[in-house]
Design a protein around this ligand. Sequence first.
Ligand code: MN
Length: 249
Amino acid sequence: MRILLSNDDGCIAPGLVCLRDQLRRHHEVTVVAPDRNRSGASNSLTLSKPVRVQEHADGTMCVDGTPTDCVHLALTGMLDTPFDMVVSGINCGSNLGDDTLYSGTVAAAMEGRFLGYSAVAVSCCSPAPEHYETSARVAERIVERLRTHPLAENVILNVNVPDVPFEALAGYEVTRLGNRHRAEPVIPTTDPRGRPIWWIGAAGSGGDAGPGTDFHAITQNRVSITPLLVDLTRYAAMESVSVWARNLT
Ligand code: MN
């Protein structure tokens, strides 16, 4: 297959390089990725300035934009290649529950949702991964399964892989997103010139993290696969909001 590979950790990130080398064994892989770490970029597009692309000697295309910019450019005319699938990752760190809202890794996959196959976002569940090759092998298997058995409806597969040796994995589990407790507070400090600055605090711990969730699967050493949907409509609230909105005018 012709695979477009991107990420949010940047075009020289070890997770990206590991996944590229793994997928290249059986597929034609084109890498278009941000030129620096853009974790937390979500689905943002750069609209206030033009976007420049540098092609490295190995063919990797580094973009001074967001993960969504990368995939958007690659699919809307920058490249002649018609792609079959977008794969994003391997992210350094998990993308569980509400992380998916902020994740550039998930966003890059999401931007490939109109292609022929389901898009895949892959994250390694450790702040300092030691087993990227496990995630890469998992990703290769998922891509291969999609090729031979495409899903009836194209979805975005959010895949989180425990940071363990491949042999230590306890299988695969299709999960729903859990959610986190509130994030840690912002951290105030000062710059070298005494001016106030703030660090965004750490994400909260797992709140809704029971059996069936992505959080839980990871604690059991299982690969978590969550099918995602872009439609944010809360259908269950349509009726109550219709009643509530009746007297607005
Ligand atoms: Mn990242």
